[in-house]
Design a protein around this ligand. Sequence first.
Ligand code: NAG
Length: 260
Amino acid sequence: MHSNCGFGANHKLVLLTLVALSLQWQVFAVDFPAPITKCHFGDEKCLIEQAHKLLKKAATGIPENNIPSLEPLKVEKIEMLGDKNSALKVDLVMSDVEFYNYTKAKLLSIKGFSKDLSKPMKLVSQNINPRMTIKAKYKVNGNILVLPIKGEGLLTMVLDNVKSRIVTTMKPEQRNGKTYLIVDNIKLESKLDNVITDMTNLFNGDKTLSDSILKVMNENWRVLSDELTPRINEALAHKFEELLPKLFKDIPYEDYFLPE
Ligand SMILES: *[C@@H]1O[C@H](CO)[C@@H](O)[C@H](O)[C@H]1NC(C)=O
């Protein structure tokens, strides 16, 4: 910068004011919640470490981003309705659903951050969760493997080795000369190794009937899980569509990574 006037007291004052203003600006600039730190572009190992810190922090809540404790992670409702196939003709409605241990997921990969801001960005991450538990109120009515099932009470499902793939599509948007990533949609797919379901008060509490249907369900867990898992994943994806913007919507993409 060139200036016509000399480097006098006035000029120094202007400089000091500018420095003070820029410091203030940094204080107010929106950043990732501590202790999450920035990574170099393309440093996947660092991104995975930050994601683990974020999950750990989210377990107790991130009040500065208006995110409640995610242990448990709460979802209002999960519904599976109608005839799915010959083995599963059942209506199952779960409400006040709670996921325990969701934040214990171990990330295996995070890919897709791009420097091309002319098109949507597709972020793909994979994780594995050794054991997660779902608790909910339930209402069920129908048939599983030709056996009738009916009841209303509390449901517990323990899911083992849940491997998930999360695809987050984000659209770059320009605001005040900066680029912000807007979450467009999130899709979740998962595979798991076992599900153990318990339901209280099946058949109005008839123990013989409920023990036998639960035994059949648990021995044939895939019959239910193949149809229920996609419904669970839709509900979780909606939840993440609501949570992610709270973290990232005010941070310019230009500030996501350390300078190279
Ligand atoms: C949470 O994860 C730990 C470690 O995998 C496991 O021992 C525990 O049973 C899990 N708790 C629930 C409620 O699923």
